[in-house]
Design a protein around this ligand. Structure first.
Ligand code: MN
Length: 132
């Protein structure tokens, strides 16, 4: 799907621009599920413009990403970045330092299931990102 089409046709709403303290580039968040019971597992729809990504971070209880559009990167500290695409599912273990975001040329959309606290860390280095 062309980037322009994708940015206008995500399954869930685009939502609002995310907190720029924790992201580089244009990214948007729409919480799609926040009921606290019976599962205390909020689900957010996150849309990244090409080149946008979040800072390094950890999740106290882990996180699951369900990729619903485009192409992006997922990287754990000390490991190579993995290209992830529509239909991919990423299971992130508790307290593993990582980041996720779009490739340079593609929009990227995922649902994020995040039952616990997120702790934000430093930005992903521009030079390292530019070499992906
Ligand atoms: Mn994460």
């Amino acid at each position: 799907m062309a980037n322009e089409q994708l940015s206008n046709s995500t399954i869930f709403p685009l939502g609002q621009k995310v907190d720029p303290n924790y992201f580089i580039g244009d990214a948007f968040l729409q919480m799609v599920f926040t009921d606290p019971t019976p599962l205390n597992a909020p689900i957010g729809n996150v849309t990244f413009a090409p080149g946008a990504r979040n800072n390094w971070h950890t999740h106290k209880v882990g996180q699951v990403l369900l990729v619903t559009g485009g192409e992006g990167w997922y990287q754990e500290e000390g490991k190579p970045a993995q290209l992830i695409k529509t239909g991919d599912v990423v299971n992130i273990q508790p307290n593993v330092k990582h980041w996720h975001g779009a490739t340079k040329d593609s929009w990227f959309v995922h649902l994020a299931i995040t039952p616990g606290q997120t702790d934000w860390l430093e930005a992903v280095d521009d030079e390292a990102y530019s070499k992906l």
